[in-house]
Design a protein around this ligand. Structure first.
Ligand code: ATP
Ligand code: MG
Length: 278
């Protein structure tokens, strides 16, 4: 708890304008180009989150769940910073703003990687990141972050709340999370609805300056990811060491258009301290 508080305080001291996060009026972000560089006399931090909940994360929960990218004192955070740089270079080169994270088979570490990558991106002063839980079968982002989830994507899909009302600012400057609380039984059909495609369009247009990361289910376990991928600019494939066969990796690469593949991460590789290889 103390470490994340310190990390957040340190960030705030670097970017004092983030105090506005707790302001009381919501308004859309100021016009910015696709890479977060402001147009006019405003800057990227000039975003208020009134209808969105501001939550203070618990460092003990983050640590227990292997979430480290917010904490520069943790040696693992540098691996996510490296991954961030490689991914952003490619995305910027191609003009991509939306990134899908998937894997051939379950339990590859997609969700943890999505969270850590989003945190690492949000720590760059000229970037903002949004993290969306589109694994509607096994949503975990909220649990891993320890979010109370009074509001979530479920409320938005049920038509009870608007988009700004279900967004959460987890106390980190320039990071917004859209968690899913309850699994949705007909997830593939839900992900194919106009409501979801409208949501993706709204996220892209309303939050123009952001890199939007979508945590998806495994490619080969359901058709959920296949239903969504055409609407997302690019994909990062997470392969856990020893957990997918060569055939499963080949099948996954066959399903992903090569031109939209940002890269492949070998996860859980027990080589020294570094368990992420890009
Ligand atoms: N780099 C890693 N090293 C060791 N364990 C890891 C690593 N990344 C994730 N794990 C562990 O693997 C398990 C699955 O992680 P995670 O939920 O992120 O995977 P996932 O691919 O999102 O799973 P699912 O397919 O169920 O959505 C968790 O217990 C997590 O702590
Ligand atoms: Mg997951």
């Amino acid at each position: 708890m103390e470490r994340i508080k310190q990390a957040i305080e340190k960030d705030r001291s670097h970017y004092p304008r983030n105090d506005r996060l707790k302001s009381t009026t919501y308004r859309d972000p100021v016009p910015q180009n696709a890479w977060g560089h402001s147009q006019g006399d405003t800057d990227i931090d000039n975003i208020n989150y009134t209808h969105s909940q501001v939550i203070t994360l618990d460092e003990a929960i983050l640590k227990k769940n292997r979430i480290v990218a917010h904490n520069k004192q943790d040696a693992m955070s540098m691996h996510f910073d490296l991954l961030r740089t490689l991914v952003l270079q490619k995305m910027e080169e191609k003009g991509w703003k939306t990134l899908a994270i998937t894997s051939p088979t379950p339990e590859s570490g997609k969700t943890l990687l999505s969270i850590n990558l989003a945190m690492s991106i949000a720590q760059q002063p000229n970037r903002t990141a949004m993290l969306v839980d589109f694994d509607l079968r096994r949503p975990k982002i909220g649990t891993y972050l320890g979010l109370p989830m009074e509001h979530s994507l479920n409320d938005y899909l049920d038509g009870n709340l608007s988009l700004p009302q279900v967004l959460i600012n987890p106390g980190m400057p320039r990071l917004v999370v859209l968690p899913t609380k309850n699994p949705i039984r007909n997830s593939s059909e839900t992900l194919s609805t106009k409501k979801i495609s409208d949501l993706i369009k709204e996220l892209r247009s309303r939050y123009e300056s952001r890199i939007i990361i979508f945590d998806l289910p495994p490619l080969l376990a359901t058709d959920d990811s296949i239903a969504l991928l055409p609407q997302i600019d690019c994909t990062l494939l997470v392969v856990a060491n020893g957990m997918s066969t060569k055939q499963e990796i080949d099948d996954s690469l066959h399903l992903l258009p090569a031109e939209n593949l940002v890269g492949t991460v070998l996860n859980k590789a027990e080589i020294g301290a570094n368990s992420y290889y890009y």
